[in-house]
Design a protein around this ligand. Sequence first.
Ligand SMILES: Cc1cc2nc3c(=O)[nH]c(=O)nc-3n(C[C@H](O)[C@H](O)[C@H](O)COP(=O)(O)OP(=O)(O)OC[C@H]3O[C@@H](n4cnc5c(N)ncnc54)[C@H](O)[C@@H]3O)c2cc1C
Length: 413
Amino acid sequence: MAWSGRCAAAALRGARAWGRWQALGRRGAASCIDPSAGLTEEQKEFQKVAFDFAAKEMAPHMAEWDEKEIFPVETLRKAAQLGFGGIYVKPDVGGSGLSRLDTSIIFEALSTGCTSTTAYISIHNMCAWMIDTFGSEEQRHKFCPSLCSMEKLASYCLTEPGSGSDAASLLTSARRKGDAYVLNGSKAFISGGGDTDVYVVMCRTGGPGPKGISCLVLEKGTPGLSFGKKERKVGWNSQPTRAVIFEDCAVPVANRLGAEGQGFGIAMKGLNGGRINIASCSLGAAHASVLLAQEHLTVRKQFGEPLASNQYLQFRLAEMATRLVAARLMVRNAAQALQEGREDAVALCSMAKLFATDECFAICNQALQMHGGYGYLKDYAVQQFLRDIRVHQILEGTNEVMRMIVARSLLQE
Ligand SMILES: Cc1cc2nc3c(=O)[nH]c(=O)nc-3n(C[C@H](O)[C@H](O)[C@H](O)COP(=O)(O)OP(=O)(O)OC[C@H]3O[C@@H](n4cnc5c(N)ncnc54)[C@H](O)[C@@H]3O)c2cc1C
């Protein structure tokens, strides 16, 4: 309900001119790659809001945010005003209460405006959902409203210098001392790290392996919490990535999500949705790249004709469109399975993340190739989409780990 009101207001604002991206978006909407095909009227409505926001508030700045490594916090808060700060968080704590499929549709659309910024919003949403779902009523009401408005920003802290793919081997320790845990250790590659306010930290309260892991919510300003230098990255430059360091950080026991030992399960449940979200961000980048390639083939002439009249390039464009639609169907199918709580959801989310992030990277790469030398220039958006989605094959579980999860589900049956 909160959504309809926000949608209506935003739809009115979105009726104004968008510029280049909107023109491209309209062309896509009339074609076989139309991302609104098969959606309900309500879904089409908030998808349009997200496309409008992407075109108006993000696309004009995406190159500058990348170049100058700007974390656009004010834009994030504007996105939150449309309900994008807690898309699948329950409405009683400020969330939009939408489904996983709805969320995927929104992230796909937003990502056409700036993939890196949207990917951060997706991580923030994942953290907010973890607190909403596994937190007590007190924790939900304490943290979720300011996360949904993005007044406060969140980071997800699982990876450590010595534990990446083997996340259950993490070493950050939390020893109970009265009403607090004393946290020691460090996390690597934390998205938003240093600039965010709320850290959802997986740490060891018990013995080795996944069952010894708990999940604590840590607030910026806690004595003993510090950050490493900002990492220099290939893409995802509109969001900072830093190490997060804990030195005798006292975290109230009241900030633990779930029971001791449930942290790894909570972290993995967060990631199931996270994988759909990150795959959706890849879809948006690939969608934008297909439109850019389509336009370039039409405008650029070689051998006396537009590139578009070359059958080889026509076939490659057709392949890109086919792969995009296939990837989108995979992602939406997995989102639906997750929403329904189906047993096959974990494997389907992994399959969708594997397939969509690989296929979408290939699509962006082919789109860049179609631009020739221009595609390699920073004046052309296609190179940024390519750089921004490369990391989607690595994080939230590498695509090798996705294969492990799918194989495990097949062989354990
Ligand atoms: C920009 C960026 C942002 C990130 N944001 C976050 C964040 O917000 N929070 C967070 O917790 N983490 C984050 N990460 C960390 C990310 O999730 C990890 O980098 C990822 O899980 C891989 O871990 P690793 O880098 O240690 O690689 P490793 O685990 O060392 O793997 C190296 C390579 O070996 C492969 N490999 C490992 N084991 C196997 C196996 N058994 N079989 C086959 N292949 C295998 C991997 O797939 C990979 O290709 C981020 C990373 C990056 C780059």
